[in-house]
Design a protein around this ligand. Structure first.
Ligand SMILES: [Zn+2]
Ligand SMILES: [Zn+2]
Length: 412
């Protein structure tokens, strides 16, 4: 491969991971026969921070590299709803088919970073020598993993230059001036995700109307965040005032208003409260961390929880440990302990809680065939109403999200 930054990005893409240690990246690159050392990796990722990565300096002199890009893709641009208008948008404006095979012969959306504001964003973040397709793939990997948080990522250190919420999880939200700060607790147990047709498809529906509709059912919204939109859907996470309202709302999770469906689903979908997974990448059997060391680490995570069973689910490339406890796990404690030490024997562990799976990725077997909304309508005809939202990540791949796991089971 032409340059080291491209190789570093490729390691994250191949492993489909957003957090790796410097050693893991270096090993993966060295294994491809490219000569480099950890110092080279440090130098390059530092230059790409905060554009693409955030670096965490560990006490042992090692560096954990997190994909936490400052560079973002403007989703609303494709629906002609860039929120920055008429001011200049600080996110990339690109075609959905940036990675290739754009079906439109005279597509007006940018397919490179050579012009206008895209060029400025790329240059400011020292990414002008990076393969643009790899860069966009990395941004999309990060986005997909924050929307599908099957892996728990440690919170970002340091502040982000722009204060927008990302992904699903947040700590606290602050409102008002610095003199008069009201702090609202972010409580995922009281949150639901809402999806409704994009403003192109249903201009007359907006959040104000949804709020009134919910008020009619005596359900009050306390807080709203993570609002975004693609060509087909708008979605937002709302936090309700009362926890009982969640069940009340989800008994019939679709409200039809003048022919438009407004759909609701639980934000917090953890179903298994007695187990979790620990995962790290390995090169071969000898590269595995010895079990007694892992057991000690697990003991630290779950503290006093009575008897746990540990099962080894490792593959050739990943060491995976399933931890089962007899009692409900105190995940707040587990996360705190994990955040204070997420590495063992120089390897970064990913902590995974077990979620109800409600999302799918769809491809055609013929790799170059584009996938369209009409294809989805045929494939999911019988469960079309149960689709919460969908999104085309590339021309040949669609992400499908269901209202609940029931809809997905029927479709499979
Ligand atoms: Zn924009
Ligand atoms: Zn295009």
């Amino acid at each position: 491969m032409a340059n080291l930054p491209d190789s570093i990005i490729s390691v994250f893409l191949e492993k489909r991971q957003c957090i790796l240690t410097d050693t893991e990246v270096n090993n993966a690159i060295s294994n491809q026969g490219i000569s480099c050392d950890v110092e080279d990796i440090h130098r390059h990722v530092k230059l790409l921070s905060p554009g693409l990565f955030q670096l965490i300096n560990n006490s042992n002199g090692r560096v954990t590299i997190c994909v936490e890009p400052k560079i973002e893709i403007c989703d609303e641009f494709l629906g002609n709803h860039c929120p920055a208008k008429p001011k200049q948008c600080d996110r990339l404006h690109i075609c959905r088919h940036f990675e290739g095979n754009c079906p439109s012969l005279n597509c007006g959306f940018p397919h490179d970073f050579s012009t206008g504001y895209n060029r400025k964003i790329i240059a400011e973040n020292h990414c002008q020598h990076i393969n643009p397709v790899l860069l966009v793939k990395l941004l999309r990997l990060k986005k997909f993993s924050s929307r599908n948080p099957s892996s728990y990522l440690p919170p970002t250190r340091g502040h982000r230059p722009r204060g927008r919420g990302r992904g699903r999880g947040r700590g606290f939200s602050h409102y008002g001036s610095s003199r008069n700060i009201i702090v609202k607790k972010d409580d995922r147990n009281r949150q639901v995700d809402v999806s409704f047709p994009s403003s192109n498809l249903a201009q007359q529906i907006d959040m104000e109307m949804i709020e009134i509709l919910l008020n009619l059912h005596e359900i009050k919204i306390e807080d709203k965040f993570n609002e975004n939109e693609n060509e087909y859907f708008r979605r937002i996470t709302i936090q309700l005032e009362r926890i009982d309202d969640i069940e009340k709302l989800l008994i019939s999770p679709i409200i039809n208003h003048h022919g438009n469906d407004i759909k609701f689903k639980r934000t917090n979908q953890i179903i298994d409260k007695t187990s979790f997974l620990l995962k790290t990448s390995i090169m071969n059997e000898q590269d595995k961390i010895i079990l007694s060391r892992i057991e000690l680490y697990i003991h630290r995570l779950i503290k006093n929880n009575s008897k746990s069973k540990i099962s080894d689910l490792s593959t050739n490339t990943e060491q995976i440990i399933l931890v089962n406890c007899n009692n409900e796990i105190d995940f707040n404690h587990v996360r705190q302990a994990y955040e204070s030490k997420s590495e063992l024997s120089g390897k970064h562990f990913t902590l995974i809680q077990i979620y109800e799976c409600d999302a799918l990725e769809i491809h055609f077997n013929d790799t170059n065939k584009s996938i369209t909304v009409d294809d989805l309508k045929i494939i999911f005809e019988s469960v079309w109403k149960d689709l919460f939202a969908f999104n085309f990540t590339t021309h040949d791949c669609a992400e499908i999200e269901f209202i609940n796991v029931h809809g997905m089971r029927i479709s499979l």
